[in-house]
Design a protein around this ligand. Structure first.
Ligand SMILES: [Zn+2]
Length: 387
């Protein structure tokens, strides 16, 4: 009996050790870089890239317990790698809840939260927090990065901040602007009084839904896949008044229609693909691409499987070219979904490979500059509060 107890104890201890080992190495499993052969970067691509303002609309790096001021070979984004990739402005987004599912196209909002398991395994403080506090915690982590950078990481909360960060980056390419958003309005916990709390923490973009339907809007992966609720309409009016951009990524087609009917400002899709090149329910139809372009908006093309049905730079550029063919080059942007539990072909330090691919696939220098960042900046100028 005693021997059996010992054996049981050893098995349990090994299980616990394995769980925390998995937690410590979580990003090695979930945020991977594929072994894809990237195009060699020519002088011309190098020049165009380094003269462009590079802006990425979506990275979930704050979700993981990694010091973003230190260069890592894990995951996709940290400050040294942003600098190596010549990035001028990075949007960091806070994911705060993700129900566990075997079917990504029908996610039950009441399912147990897979992020909690990850946080416990990482022994991260977010394990015991609700969605709002998880968003605030991630805002705090970004704040620490800004603080420790001694001016080299500039927070962008207003149009004046945006102009200042761009000017500083032009002066010294080591300066990187950062902007904060949340992935899924469920972080408001159904209470619009949480909107000013999140705004004060720096939130300037909200993806209305993530992988499940919430009180505000239906998700492309939800069970109902419905439109906007009355509360969702109220949220949009308040976001536009405050200066928070609306992100349509992950929204159900019906919810996108509902937003298009009432939005007054240009819309963003922070990380997506297009159905024409990758027919997944989370990707945009041609009709929606045209309508989003009509708002003056920008569509961030993702680098991951669910967005482009592959990870190869050629597949990213194919999605970009489809949008250009439909609505011109003013509405395409970069929307990596770095560190979002994604497998990609290159991390942010290797972004010049994407510029090379755009050049190889016949995009003009002018189009490349717009896609690299000018389009995203134009939209942010229209959505950020003046001061
Ligand atoms: Zn996402």
């Amino acid at each position: 009996m005693r021997r059996l107890l010992w054996r049981l104890l050893i098995v349990v201890a090994a299980g616990v050790a394995l769980f925390f080992w998995f937690g410590a190495n979580l990003e090695r499993f979930v945020n991977r870089v594929d072994a894809v052969v990237l195009p060699g970067v020519t002088e011309e691509a190098l020049r165009i890239h380094d003269e462009s303002l590079v802006v990425d609309l979506h990275a979930d790096s704050l979700l993981f317990d990694r010091d973003l001021s230190v260069r890592s070979d894990i995951g996709h984004v940290d400050l040294p790698r942003l600098r190596e990739g010549g990035v001028a402005l990075q949007m960091f987004t806070a994911a705060t809840r993700m129900p566990f599912t075997f079917d990504i196209h029908e996610v039950d909002a009441n399912g147990s939260d897979i992020l909690t398991v990850g946080f416990v395994a990482q022994r991260a403080p977010m394990a015991g927090m609700g969605p709002r506090d998880r968003a605030l915690h991630q805002a705090g982590r970004l704040g620490e990065l800004i603080e420790s950078s001694e001016g080299a990481v500039m927070p962008v909360r207003t149009r004046a901040d945006l102009d200042a960060a761009i000017a500083a980056h032009r002066e010294n390419s080591d300066v990187v602007g950062v902007i904060f958003g949340i992935e899924g309005a469920h972080a408001l916990e159904g209470d619009l009084d949480n909107l000013p709390v999140l705004f004060d923490a720096g939130v300037r973009m909200i993806g209305l839904a993530h992988f499940f339907d919430n009180e505000f809007a239906g998700s492309a992966h939800g069970i109902e896949k419905g439109g906007l609720s009355d509360l969702g309409r109220e949220l949009i009016a308040r976001m536009e008044a405050m200066g928070i951009a609306i992100d349509l990524a992950h929204l159900s087609p019906t919810a996108i229609d509902d937003v298009l009917a009432i939005a007054n400002k240009p819309l963003l899709v922070s990380h997506t693909g297009v159905r024409a090149t990758c027919d997944s329910p989370r990707n945009l139809s041609d009709e929606h691409i045209r309508a989003i372009a009509n708002t003056g908006g920008a569509i961030g093309i993702g680098y991951f499987e669910l967005a482009i049905c592959g990870t190869n730079p050629t597949e990213i550029v194919a999605a970009m070219k489809h949008v250009i063919e439909l609505v011109g080059d003013e509405h395409v942007a970069l929307g990596s979904d770095y560190d979002g539990g994604t497998e990609v072909a290159f991390d942010t330090s290797q972004l010049r490979a994407l510029t090379q691919q755009m050049l190889d696939d016949g995009l003009s220098e002018e189009s490349i500059r717009k896609i690299a960042g000018e389009n995203a900046i134009r939209v942010l100028r229209r959505t950020l509060p003046r001061r």
